[in-house]
Design a protein around this ligand. Structure first.
Ligand code: ADP
Length: 707
């Protein structure tokens, strides 16, 4: 019998009994903070830490290297993708003729100290507004203030209906409603209906889309190590791809700066050409010659920086995974800001991403502001606190920041855990005008729940400029109605066609064609993703009479080897396929063909797999952490209205929690297909486009421009 027929037949079955369920989410209360925004970056001026010693090895974990595999069923050929690169010495001083071409930055010793930041204690927080940048008119944000709406004039607005700006009273203390999680103060109720009654989600009462808010157009530059579809390792690439387009279609001028990797997908870059031939970037006592290229990536305006030096910073086979990663990206950060300055670009906003670009605001406020770059404000987004760019004093010599006693201070780049180390991500937090992470829950977890990998105190100090915005996904790419990677397109009104994709997936992976549910996992094989639970889920799923599909890879050979072992063990199972590798095309088919998507992460800043799954009507089964908790609401136990429930959630990182949620999902699929179908529709109705996050980021930009 086909799945379509099964689905229709199941729809006709009468429902009885109540599957096991599990309470899913914690409840906490959190009072909103009311703080004064600050105008300038906020390193504190407290006595500096003179401790400078030996170089600490870069401890930030290396993220996945992208490798592509073709699907070869039941072959267990070990892939060895990891290649380490030996460090080559940087170009040194002495190239006098080159140095003379460099417009040397003003020696940092002559620059002003950054504006003083009062060291906060809990009792003193109310006094902060009076302490920060007292010479500026710092607007005090309170429930009655209007938001800063920029410098619009009547003439500019003549032909545009100008709606009332959203008052801050609606937004809380921060410029976006999404900044910190609002935990319910009441415990979650038991399932109101169980399965005694047929489970019909009421029709959602959607609010009409708000009219576009008038605002002056901004010049926004994103500086990033990754960009889909040309340089993708993980979710960061998708985020920059989606957010930049959303900002552009809202009328802003958006540009992107990234390294010119040898591994770029050049077939995805249009009209690539040289635009700045001789960019000399200060490095140690000399400078490195770079060329800057311009090209369009699916309409996005991109500048690619190509250094010419013996270091071959970006002329390598993969994006990350090298011993000199910190130096590579320190150079990129310096080159990006040098390019902006030399090219005479004065963006309103520079938006940086992760530790790789976290030195940009440090350079801006320590060096380039004195050279006339006083206009830009910096927003830094942290996509994962596990990677921080920890290094030693050599960095200061290379980047021209010098003054170790200044930068090793615990109020600047001094690492909170290793006294002799510098922490680039910390520098990004201290020096940026605003810092976001990728979900409100993760913002809370990193600041208050010990998930900040040592940066919790820094986040507390800078909490008034810190918050979370849930990522969106690009519905032009991830949308089963238009997806060109899947054999049969479908939508909420043609859900049965999803099962044609399920059949295609089985065919491609040589799985048995039967009535069973398909549970999938797509992701980096990183301990962060809950690999023990993934492993357990494979066996548990098979025991429960369902099928399992995994697509993932790791830069760590031991992890890859583990999963290759597992793959060999399950080689003869007609209900299981593990694909070890990176395969964008296959991922689309899995999103479309699977029934459930497992995301059992230990921690998850936002997570895109559950957002994509929702769009494809593939029900997420997730652990309640980070962005997963912000976006997936349990079918049986959420306190959300029925029509907003869209998946299965468990709390505890253990087998019991996983089995309970996975069991409920599979039971519902088998025994209550009409409930499952309602759940699929709820999932597909969710709006996790860039619409709301785009607005949130614009609110943040306005806030830091006007603060
Ligand atoms: P992270 O950024 O931590 O890797 P996210 O969930 O934010 O995780 O984003 C992962 C993105 O990478 C998703 O778009 C997912 O589909 C994709 N992805 C992860 N692993 C693979 C793989 N092996 N093959 C294809 N796509 C993958």
């Amino acid at each position: 019998m086909t799945d379509q027929a099964v689905g229709i037949e199941r729809m006709a079955k009468k429902t009885t009994g109540t599957p096991q369920s599990q309470t899913t989410s914690t409840t906490r209360t959190r009072a909103p903070d009311k703080k004064t925004p600050e105008r300038a970056p906020t390193p504190e001026t407290t006595p500096t830490d003179p401790a400078i010693g030996t170089v600490q090895p870069e401890s930030a974990a290396v993220r996945i290297g992208a490798t592509t595999t073709s699907v070869i069923k039941k072959t267990a050929t070990r892939k060895t993708s990891k290649v380490s690169d030996s460090k080559t010495p940087p170009v040194r001083a002495g190239a006098a003729e080159r140095a003379s071409e460099v417009k040397a930055p003003v020696p940092v010793e002559t620059l002003d100290e950054p504006p003083p930041m009062h060291t906060e204690t809990a009792a003193e927080t109310e006094a902060v507004s009076a302490t920060i940048a007292p010479e500026t008119e710092t607007p005090v944000v309170n429930a009655t203030d209007d938001p800063p709406v920029g410098s619009e004039t009547e003439t500019e607005a003549e032909h545009i209906t100008k709606p009332e700006p959203r008052p801050f009273s609606e937004l809380g203390h921060a410029p976006t409603h999404a900044l910190m999680p609002a935990f319910g103060s009441t415990p979650e109720p038991e399932s109101p209906t169980g399965h005694e009654e047929p489970w019909h989600a009421p029709e959602p009462q959607w609010e009409p889309a708000a009219p576009p808010v008038w605002r002056p157009s901004l010049f926004i530059v994103h500086i990033t190590p990754e960009l889909a579809t040309v340089a993708k390792v993980g979710g960061l690439a998708d985020v920059v791809f989606g957010l930049t387009r959303e900002l552009a279609i809202r009328g802003n001028h958006v540009e992107i700066i990234l390294p010119k990797y040898a591994s770029l997908r050049y077939d995805q870059i249009f009209e690539l050409h040289e635009v700045y031939k001789d960019l000399w970037v200060p490095w140690y006592e000399g400078a490195i010659h770079c060329t800057v290229f311009f090209g369009f990536v699916h309409g996005r305006k991109c500048f690619f920086i190509e250094p010419h030096s013996a270091d071959d910073f970006f002329n390598r086979h993969s994006i990350y995974g090298f011993r000199d990663d910190v130096m590579r990206y320190a150079f990129f950060s310096r080159a990006a800001i040098e390019f902006l300055w030399k090219a005479g670009k004065h963006p309103d906003i520079i938006h940086c991403h992760d530790w790789q670009t976290a030195l940009v605001p440090v350079h801006l406020f320590e060096q380039y502001q004195a050279l006339g770059m006083t206009h830009p404000r910096v927003c830094t987004t942290i996509h994962n606190f596990a990677h921080q760019g920890i290094t030693g004093p050599e960095l200061l010599r290379a980047t021209g920041l010098h003054r170790p006693e200044h930068f090793f201070s615990h109020t600047r780049l001094g690492d909170p855990r290793y006294p002799n180390a510098l922490n680039l991500l910390k520098g990004g937090i201290v020096y940026s005008n605003f810092v976001t992470t990728v979900s409100p829950r993760y913002a809370f977890e990193t600041k208050d729940q010990g998930q900040g990998f040592g940066l919790e105190p820094v986040l507390h100090t800078h909490h008034i400029k810190y918050g979370g915005v849930v990522n969106g996904i690009d519905y032009d790419v991830w949308n089963p109605e238009v997806d060109r990677h899947i054999p049969v397109r479908y939508g909420i009104d043609s859900l049965e066609r999803k099962y044609d994709n399920k059949r295609a997936l089985r065919q491609r992976l040589m799985l048995a064609d039967n009535e069973k549910a398909i549970v999938a996992f797509i992701g980096r094989l990183d301990p962060q993703k809950g690999l023990e639970l993934v492993r357990h889920a494979i066996f548990n799923t098979l025991e429960r009479g369902a099928q399992f599909v995994l697509l993932g890879s790791s830069p760590d050979d031991r992890i890859n080897a583990d999963f290759w072992g597992l793959k060999r063990m399950l080689n003869d199972s007609p209900d299981c396929h593990l694909e070890i590798g990176f395969d964008e095309d296959l991922s689309h088919l899995i999103y479309a063909g699977a029934d459930m998507m497992l995301v059992p992460s230990r921690f998850e800043p936002c997570g895109l797999t559950q957002l994509i799954s929702l769009r494809y009507g593939t029900i997420p089964v997730v652990r309640a952490v980070g962005g997963l908790a912000d976006t997936v609401f349990d079918k049986d136990h959420s306190n959300r209205p029925l029509h907003e429930r869209n998946g299965y959630v468990f709390n505890d990182y253990d087998h019991r929690g996983l089995e309970s949620a996975l069991g409920r999902a599979i039971d519902c699929y088998n025994d209550y297909p009409e409930h499952f179908r309602e759940l699929m529709k709820n999932a597909m109705r969710c709006d996790y486009s860039w619409n709301q996050p785009g607005q949130d980021y614009l609110n943040i930009y306005d806030y830091i421009r006007d603060a």
